[in-house]
Design a protein around this ligand. Structure first.
Ligand code: PPS
Ligand code: ADP
Length: 202
């Protein structure tokens, strides 16, 4: 890993975060969706994004399509690579928040310490951990991509929930349970939370 260059000097931005908030009419924040494969992270992040975007807000989704196929295509699924994956995503999410965007991230992010590290990059209130709870049996029943079957057959090593750990969030801001809630109910719950915490106004 390269060391931080001690000769780098931070350049103050000419446009402040407050000015960006005023322009967008809302604050930036990251909605950090975490959960097992197939729990519903991408479905919920995209449904929420659709709803917020349609309401005129400045939003974006970071998920495997734009990260693991691009910026992080050099990374696999060892604990170390997952840690680096989440570290980079945390840094990218921070840039979006600085730009005043409501960014939803949809990654398993199985380790509490990595999620805490992403949280630590942001100011109080800017990191909203959303635990997408769903029993392993239900994720496996859905098996959207056929990966659980492969993992059970030993074709995919280190598969989360089967042969690699998932640490449940200790104190998430929001927990949705997709085995009992509909997509619409979960999205409403998240929007309600954002309103209650003055990130959104309706
Ligand atoms: N070994 C292993 N374990 C878990 N998942 C695997 C694995 N190999 C491939 N996949 C597919 O990659 C998606 C998870 O990538 P993430 O970047 O979210 O993972 S992590 O946060 O770094 O743990 C995950 O996507 P989602 O189903 O959307 O979660 C899988 O489709
Ligand atoms: N209540 C629900 N909330 C979210 N997804 C659900 C729900 N019920 C069923 N699903 C389905 O579960 C699957 C979740 O897949 P996905 O969103 O890709 O999960 P992840 O991103 O966590 O891997 C989708 O096929 C989705 O339609």
């Amino acid at each position: 890993m390269t060391k931080t260059n001690s000769n780098l000097v931070w350049h103050e931005a000419s446009v402040s975060k407050q000015e960006r908030h005023a322009r967008h009419n809302h604050k930036g924040c990251v909605l950090w969706f975490t959960g097992l494969s197939g729990s519903g992270k991408s479905t919920l992040a995209n449904a929420l994004d659709r709803s917020l975007f349609d309401a005129g807000l400045s939003t974006y989704v970071l998920d495997g399509d734009n990260i693991r196929h691009g910026l992080n295509k050099d990374l696999g699924f060892s604990d170390r690579d997952r840690q680096e994956n989440i570290r980079r995503i945390g840094e990218v999410a921070k840039l979006f928040v600085d730009a005043g965007t409501i960014v939803s991230t949809a990654f398993i992010s199985p380790f509490q310490s990595d999620r805490d590290q992403a949280r630590a990059l942001l100011a109080d209130g800017e990191f909203v951990e959303v635990y997408v709870k769903c029993p392993l049996e239900e994720c496996e029943r859905r098996d959207v991509k056929g990966l659980y079957k492969k993992a059970r057959n030993g074709e995919i090593p280190q598969f989360t929930g089967i042969s690699s750990p998932y640490e449940e969030p200790e104190t998430p801001e929001i927990t949705v349970d997709t085995s009992v809630q509909t997509v619409e109910e979960s999205v409403e719950q998240i929007i309600g939370w954002l309103e209650k915490h003055h990130i959104l106004t309706r």
